[in-house]
Write a protein of this length. Structure first.
Length: 716
C-alpha cells in the first residue's frame, strides 16, 4: 500500500472512531437571503451528510442544497490563490499557485498606486449574486475611499424594481404573502413555485388558496405558480406591462371601484393618472398586450372589489426591458388606487425587522458598511450623469456602462467577489473591457473561464460550510453557524476583505482580519455576540421587539423619519407623477412604451432567464453533476405550434438568433410558453444568451432588455 494511501486510511479510521458531530450553516444555493438552514454531520472536518435544520425559519432544504456537498468536495474547486503568468489576451492565462502574502502584496500595491496616480474612485468594487460578502466589501470600498461599488442587484436584478418602489411609494416592497385578512392576491411576473424557498413561499400561497383567497397571476407563461394558483391568468405579451396595468386601472376608475378618499388625499398626480389611463380601453389593451378584453375586465373587478388585496412582484422579470422603471411603477399604482397600502392583508410597510439592519444582507447594515461615508462621496459616482434618479435613490452604482468607463480611463482596477461576466448583455464587451484594466481580481469557488481568463488574480473562497460570516436573521431572530476548516487555503469572503483592509493600513477598521470580531461589531447593536449565538445554536437568539405592528402609518407619521404624516416622497404622497423623475426631465407618469417590434426576420419574442428549480444562474452545472443530470444542455422552450411551423422536434439542435448574436440550444416544445414567445435560461457558458441581448438600456434604471428582444430559431 502506498504511504499516502495508508495515511489517509488511518485518518479515516480515526475519524470513524471519533463519531459524527453535528454542525449548522445556511444554504447559499440560490444566493437569496435570508437563507435556508442546514444541519450537517461531520467527522473531523469532513462533512458526511446534511439535513434540514429543525425549527429554522426557512426549512426544509431543496435539491440544490443537497448538491452543495458535491460542490464542496468537487475536485476542481479552487484551493489556492492564483495569478496569471501569460499576458492578457493569451489563449491560456497560465495561472500558477501563489501564496496569500504574494496575492495581498499585489492587490495592496496596485490599490496604493492607483489611488496615487488616478484617485481612489478609479477602483471599482463589485459583488455578484452572492449576497453574503457585500457588507465587508462595502466597508472596504468606503475605507479605501472609492464610492464606486456595484453588485448584481444594481446590474440586472432587484434594484430597478426597487427604484420604481422608492419613486412611487417611498419605501421598498415586493409585496407580501396574503394574510388572514386578504381576499385577493395579485402575482405579477414572478414564479415562486420554482424560484422561491420551495415550501415556505409557494406553500403559504397554496394555503391561502385553500382559505378561499382569489388569485390573479400575470405571466406570459403557464408557470407552475399560475398553473397551481390562478383563478384568472393574464398572459401578456412580454414587456407590455404598463399598458396592461393602465388597462386594469382604466376599468377600476371607469366603474368607480377605486378608493376615492385614499386617491384624493394620498396620491400625487391622481388626475393625470386618471387622464392617462382613459385611453387604455380593454380593446386597445388587448391589441397591445394579447390579453383578452374580458379577462382584463374580470381581473380588474376581482382585484378592486375583494378588499383588501395583497400583491407580489418579483425582483426582476418586469424590469428586464427598456421601459423597466415605468413598467414596474405602473403595476405599483394598481394596489395604490385601491387603497391597499399599509392596511392589514394588503401591502404593509413593515416596521424594520431589526434596528440597524434596514434591509437584507443584499444591502448590508448601513453603519457597518459606512454608508454615510459613501453618501458624502456621491459626486464621484460613475453613474451620476447617466442615471440621476437612480443615484438619488440607490447607494450602489448601476454597472452597465462599465465598458465605456473603462474605455474612457475612469476605471483602472476591478475587485470582484462572485464575479460572472455573463451577467452583462453583450458579455464579450465587458470581458474585453475587464481584460484591458491595469488590474483585476476575482474571488470564487471555481475557476470560471468565461470570467477568470480576463483577470490578473483569482482567490479561492471558503464555502458555506467553511465560513462564519455573515450570521442569519429572520424577523427579530438571529442565528450563527459552526464552520469546519476550509479546504486547501480557501478563506472566507469577509476574511479576504478584512485582510486587504488591514494591509491597506486600517487594522482597527478591519478588526485585524478577525471575522468574528467584525460580526460582533454588528451584533453589538443588539447587545449580543457570536458566542451568544453559539450558546443558542439551534434556536437562535431573539431580539426584543417594538410592540405590535401598526397600520395606515401614513396617517400617524409612522412612515417618515421626521414623524410627519405621509410617505417618504417629495410630495409626501404616493406619486403617480414622480416629482423626482420630473426634476430630471424624465416622463413622470408610468407611461407605456411600445417594446421591440417583431419582424419577418425575427418573428418571436425571447424571454430569457425564467428560473428552473435545479439551476441558479451560471452555477450548478459542472460544479454539481447531480444537478447537471437533470438538465445537461441549454433548452429552448417553444410553443408546439411554433415548433411545428419550423419542423422542430424535442431534442433537435437549434440556432437561436437575434440582431445582436447567435447561440446553439436544444429544442423543448412545450405549451408552457405561448405562441410567439420562446425562452432560454441564462448562465450557460456554452450558450450564453446574453450575447443575444443588445446594450440598449432603460433610460431611468439602466436595465437591459433580457425579456424583450425579438428573435428567430432554426434547426441546424
Ligand atoms: N438573460 C438574463 N440574464 C440575467 C437574468 C435573466 O433573467 N436573464 N437574471 C439576472 C439576475 S436577476 C441575476 S441575480 C444575475 C445573476 O448574477 P451573477 O452574479 O451572474 O450570479 P451567479 O452566476 O450565480 O454567480 C456569480 C459567481 O459567484 C460565485 N459564487 C457563488 N457564491 C459565492 C460566494 O459566496 N462567494 C464568492 N466569492 N463567490 C461565489 C459563483 O461560483 C459564480 O462564479 O443574472 C442576471 N442576468
Ligand atoms: N432555482 C432558482 N431559484 C432562484 C434563482 C435561480 O437562478 N434558480 N435565482 C434567484 C434570483 S437572483 C432571482 S432574481 C429570483 C427570480 O425569481 P422570479 O421572480 O420567479 O423570476 P423568473 O423565473 O424569471 O420568473 C418570472 C416570471 O415572469 C414571467 N415574465 C417574463 N416577462 C414578463 C412580462 O413582461 N410580464 C409578466 N407579467 N411576466 C413576465 C416569466 O414568464 C416567469 O414565469 O429567483 C431566485 N431564485
Ligand atoms: S431554496 Fe434551496 S437553494 Fe435556495 S437557500 Fe433554500 S435550500 Fe438553498
Ligand atoms: Mo436576481
Amino acid at each position: 500500500m502506498a504511504k499516502e494511501e495508508k495515511l489517509s486510511q488511518e485518518k479515516a479510521t480515526a475519524l470513524e472512531a471519533e463519531g459524527e458531530v453535528e454542525g449548522y450553516t445556511f444554504c447559499d444555493g440560490c444566493n437569496e437571503v435570508p437563507f435556508c438552514g442546514i444541519k450537517f454531520f461531520r467527522r473531523g472536518d469532513v462533512i458526511t451528510r446534511i439535513e434540514p435544520w429543525p425549527d429554522f425559519p426557512a426549512s426544509p432544504i431543496c435539491s440544490k442544497s443537497y448538491a452543495t456537498l458535491q460542490r464542496l468536495y468537487h475536485p476542481n474547486r479552487l484551493k489556492y490563490p492564483m495569478k496569471r503568468t501569460n499576458p492578457k489576451g493569451s489563449s491560456d492565462p497560465g495561472f500558477v499557485r501563489i501564496s496569500w502574502d504574494e496575492a495581498y502584496d499585489m492587490i495592496v500595491g496596485q490599490l496604493n498606486r492607483i489611488k496615487k496616480e488616478h484617485g481612489p474612485h478609479a477602483v471599482f468594487f463589485y459583488v455578484g449574486d452572492p449576497k453574503e460578502p457585500r457588507a465587508a466589501v462595502q466597508r472596504l470600498a468606503a475605507t479605501y475611499g472609492s464610492v464606486n461599488y456595484g453588485c448584481e442587484s444594481s446590474t440586472a436584478c432587484r434594484r430597478a424594481a426597487q427604484l420604481a418602489e422608492l419613486l412611487t411609494y417611498g419605501f421598498p416592497t415586493m409585496g407580501d404573502l396574503p394574510t388572514e385578512e386578504s381576499k385577493v392576491m395579485l402575482i405579477w411576473g414572478t414564479n415562486p413555485a420554482y424560484s422561491g424557498q420551495p415550501f415556505l413561499c409557494h406553500g403559504q400561497l397554496a394555503d391561502a388558496k385553500e382559505r378561499g383567497v382569489k388569485f390573479i397571476v400575470v405571466d406570459p407563461r403557464i408557470s407552475p405558480t399560475a398553473g397551481t394558483l390562478a383563478d384568472i391568468h393574464l398572459r401578456p405579451r412580454p414587456a407590455t406591462t404598463a399598458a396592461l396595468a393602465a388597462g386594469m386601472m382604466h376599468i377600476i376608475f371607469k366603474e368607480g371601484l377605486e378608493d376615492k378618499a385614499f386617491c384624493d388625499k394620498w396620491i400625487h398626480g391622481i388626475d393625470e393618472l386618471r387622464d392617462y389611463v382613459q385611453d387604455f380601453t380593454p380593446e386597445k389593451v388587448e391589441k397591445i398586450t394579447w390579453v383578452p378584453a374580458k379577462d382584463l375586465i374580470d381581473a380588474a373587478r376581482l382585484y378592486a372589489t375583494h378588499r383588501p388585496g395583497a400583491f407580489l412582484t418579483g425582483a426582476q422579470a418586469t424590469t428586464h426591458d427598456r421601459n423597466a422603471t415605468n413598467n414596474h411603477r405602473a403595476i405599483l399604482m394598481i394596489p395604490a388606487i385601491c387603497g391597499y397600502i399599509d392596511v392589514p392583508g394588503g401591502i404593509p410597510k413593515p416596521t424594520e425587522p431589526l434596528e440597524g439592519m434596514q434591509g437584507p444582507w443584499a444591502d448590508g447594515p448601513p453603519g457597518f458598511c459606512l454608508r454615510d461615508k459613501m453618501m458624502e462621496m456621491k459626486e464621484h459616482r460613475l453613474d451620476l450623469e447617466a442615471f440621476p434618479a437612480w443615484v438619488e435613490k440607490l447607494f450602489e452604482v448601476q454597472t452597465n456602462y462599465l465598458v465605456e468607463w473603462i474605455k474612457e480611463g475612469k476605471v483602472k482596477a476591478f475587485l470582484g467577489w462572485g464575479l460572472n461576466t455573463m451577467i452583462w448583455p453583450q458579455s464579450h464587451a465587458y470581458q474585453q473591457a475587464i481584460e484591458s484594466l491595469d488590474f483585476s481580481m476575482s474571488v470564487d469557488y471555481f475557476y470560471r473561464d468565461w470570467t477568470h481568463r480576463y483577470v490578473d488574480i483569482v482567490l479561492p473562497a471558503a464555502m458555506n460550510y467553511e465560513r462564519l460570516a455573515p450570521f442569519a436573521y429572520f424577523g427579530r431572530k438571529v442565528f450563527g453557524r459552526t464552520p469546519v476548516k476550509p479546504q486547501g487555503e480557501c478563506r472566507e469572503d469577509w476574511q479576504i476583505a478584512l485582510e486587504i483592509g488591514t494591509r491597506l493600513g486600517y487594522p482597527d477598521v478591519f478588526f485585524n482580519g478577525d471575522v468574528e470580531a467584525a460580526c460582533n461589531d454588528i451584533l453589538g447593536m443588539w447587545k449580543i455576540t457570536y458566542e451568544d449565538l453559539r450558546k443558542n445554536q439551534e434556536t437562535g437568539v431573539s431580539i426584543p421587539g417594538k410592540g405590535v405592528e401598526q397600520y395606515k402609518k401614513y396617517e400617524t407619521g409612522g412612515i417618515r423619519p421626521d414623524g410627519k404624516p405621509g410617505f417618504m416622497t417629495p410630495s409626501g404622497k404616493i406619486e403617480a407623477v414622480s416629482m423626482v423623475l420630473e426634476k430630471y426631465g424624465i416622463p413622470a407618469l408610468p407611461e407605456f412604451k411600445e417594446p421591440m417590434e417583431t419582424t419577418s426576420e425575427y418573428p418571436l419574442i425571447l424571454v430569457s432567464g425564467s428560473r428552473v428549480p435545479y439551476i441558479t444562474h451560471s452555477k450548478w452545472r459542472e460544479d454539481s453533476p447531480w444537478l447537471l443530470e437533470l438538465q445537461p444542455d441549454p433548452l429552448l422552450t417553444i410553443n408546439p405550434k411554433d415548433a411545428e411551423k419550423r419542423g422542430i422536434h424535442r431534442g433537435d439542435d437549434l440556432s437561436l438568433k437575434t440582431a445582436a448574436g447567435e447561440i446553439r440550444v436544444k429544442a423543448k416544445p412545450t405549451i408552457m410558453v405561448p405562441p410567439g414567445v420562446v425562452g432560454v435560461m441564462h448562465g450557460w457558458a456554452k450558450a450564453n444568451v446574453n450575447e443575444l441581448i443588445p446594450r440598449e438600456f432603460d433610460p431611468i434604471s439602466g436595465f437591459p432588455p433580457y425579456k424583450e428582444v425579438v428573435c428567430e430559431v432554426v434547426k441546424v
